[in-house]
Ligand binder design. Structure first.
Ligand SMILES: *Cc1c(COP(=O)(O)O)cnc(C)c1O
Length: 377
């Protein structure tokens, strides 16, 4: 679709591919990469990111929702797609329908009710479904408890047309390299693996590590790492980052309007900013409806002509104002960088997440659908 409003997110797919190739050098040769493209590829666009990741050699994809998996399949994505949490029972029909040699959705299970329903549908359609069992080793979000895991595995193994292809867990604190809780969770996981093996249950894939654990706890790599934030070149937390990872997303716009305001005049809703001198104020056609956080009123910064320029006044749904008084020769149509580089200037996602007391994930996931994604490949 054409777009008329000059606001766009530029996604550099080469950086995503380079990041994945770099991550490959950090893990054992036999360890697979599951590239996580949930939430529209962390705001980067799940289809194009999935395609680029496959080109970079990843073995699997991971999503949160059945809907997301189906969208990948409908766009001709052919690698196995993992769901990261157990889907609703109402989805078993579509899961079985898409469990063919071409399209493969690998469900997560941790309740007997779900896996029983999946088995029943799979038997009816004479298909075989692969599942991974998720174990809760201490995060307490989803997953079968360690104590009940052996019983659940036995139960699943007794069902028709279901194969357990993997066992996994998720870490609560892997973004802090000093926190030993990750190793406690890992120990619990390995102990369960051992107990299951003693009971003759052995699976092809054991996995635990997200981006943070991949970077901070190499001993947890096992058969597969589940990589989200790091492939986008962003950081799991303040404490965890590799400078080799290159951010893939820039957020850009163009000045849509310019005006002079007199000393003492207020700007935007509530007139929360007052000009302390005669000022040149530019309007940018991006607002909280696009994911530019409203909390950045009177504190946000953008780049114009490579220089840092303050956001003045409230962030509105569709527009923000910036003070360009100190710049020379500003014109309507000049490019504004909200996230990314311009000449010597740079605004990282992390600058926004620190200012807002949040994490990089929330900033990029927050860029809404009405911002067109433009791909550089
Ligand atoms: C989202 C998710 C990941 C990816 O996490 P990152 O921190 O982005 O690498 C891995 N595993 C599970 C279960 C997830 O839900």
């Amino acid at each position: 679709m054409d777009f008329y409003r000059p606001v766009w997110a530029e996604v550099n797919l080469n950086n995503i591919k380079d990041n994945l190739r770099f991550i490959r050098t950090l893990i054992p040769k036999s360890t697979k990469i599951m590239a996580i493209v949930k939430a529209n590829g962390y705001g980067h666009g799940k289809i194009r990111v999935a395609q680029a990741s496959i080109k970079a050699g990843i073995e699997r994809l991971g999503v949160a929702l059945v809907e997301e998996a189906l969208e990948l399949i409908n766009n001709n994505i052919k690698v196995p797609i993992h769901l990261l949490s157990e889907p609703p029972i109402s989805s078993v029909k579509v899961l079985v329908k898409n469990s063919t040699s071409n399209n493969l959705i690998i469900s997560v299970v941790y309740t007997k009710d779900f896996v029983r329903a999946l088995s029943k549908e799979a038997s009816k359609k004479n298909r075989r479904c692969l599942v991974h069992v998720k174990v809760d080793t201490g995060m307490h979000r989803v997953g079968i408890s360690i104590e009940k895991a052996v019983d659940l595995v036995k139960y699943i193994s007794s069902l028709q047309n279901i194969e357990i292809e993997g066992l996994f867990t998720h870490f609560a604190c892997a973004d802090d390299p000093e926190n030993s809780y990750t190793l406690l969770q890992f120990e619990r996981f390995l102990k369960l693996k051992e107990i299951l093996e003693k009971n003759n249950f052995k699976f092809k894939n054991y996995h635990c590590a997200n981006s943070a654990a991949m970077l901070n706890f190499p001993e947890t790599h096992l058969d597969m790492v589940r990589i989200g934030i790091a492939m986008y070149g962003l950081r799991p937390s303040e404490k965890t980052f590799s400078p080799k990872l290159k951010p893939a997303l820039s957020l850009k716009a163009k000045i849509s309007y310019l005006k002079e305001v007199e000393k003492g005049e207020g700007i935007s809703y509530g007139l929360t900013f007052k000009a302390n001198k005669k000022s040149l104020i530019a309007t940018i056609p991006i607002g909280y409806g696009d994911g530019y956080p409203r909390q950045l009123l009177n504190s946000g910064v953008v780049l114009v002509r490579g220089k840092r320029v303050p956001v003045v006044g409230n962030v509105t749904m569709d527009q923000i104002m910036i003070d360009v008084t100190d710049l020379n020769e500003i014109e309507i149509g000049d490019e504004v960088v909200i996230i990314g580089n311009q000449d010597k200037g740079k605004i990282e996602v992390n600058e926004l997440s620190r200012a807002l007391d949040t994490i990089d994930y929330e900033i990029v996931c927050g860029i809404t659908n009405r911002v067109p994604r433009i791909y550089v490949d």
